[in-house]
Write a protein that binds this ligand. Sequence first.
Ligand SMILES: [Zn+2]
Ligand SMILES: [Zn+2]
Length: 261
Amino acid sequence: MSIEHHCSVLIFLNADFKGVDLMKIVFLGSSHGIPEPNRRCSCILVEVGDNRYFVDMGLMPIEELVNRGIAVDSVKGIFITHMHGDHTNGLISFIDLCSWVYKTAEPKIFLPKVEGKEVIEAWFKVTGTKSREFDYRKVEEGIIFDDGVLTVTAIRTKHCDVSFAYLLEAEGKRVLFTGDLFREPSEDFPKIAKEVSLQLAVCEGAHFDVEKYEPIFKECDIKRVIINHTAEWNFPHLQRLAANMPELGIKMANDGLEIIV
Ligand SMILES: [Zn+2]
Ligand SMILES: [Zn+2]
């Protein structure tokens, strides 16, 4: 089934309405490296039952949680695709507030370059913030996280020296986040998308003409596609891609878009 509410922009995708077990994906920031009207930099909140997770943190995440009435200590994992600022600039604010306000928050923080931790700690020395121990993990290829609710598999991409796509699985549903890619999909689209069926693929749209996704999508079993991290010059290409592949319900993410799978 598919229901769209255009005010709150909530889409139910093959949802079975069991209630707490659905995976909800909230696009908090959906722009590419540069903020645009109504689209801030990359940050996606994933909710499964009472647990929350982030894919990238390119904006102030705790402001979003507070505005939505979400407890900060419900955040169990933060999965950074790569270290570019439009994906990480909100992380320091998250760790800062968790250091001295939200002390019960214990998320596992996955960094493609774990030395980013030292940068954050050095900044806290400058600001005089009394930090505490956080569970930073270096991202390696393969399954990096399984809390019994959500499993996350990291897939190396070529976008920069160390970058990853993530496959999130919960309640038998699979969602792929490509992260930023290199040159074009034929060179860098995660091969795992051809090996498993996906309820949803969240694909970037800033580094190449998104119409180049079409031959790749034809080889994959994907139910629905959202183009995220989109550059404005790509809008006409996105419209043509959506028209060519109506079965995928291709849509561009704007901030506030929510999808339930
Ligand atoms: Zn980016
Ligand atoms: Zn990037």
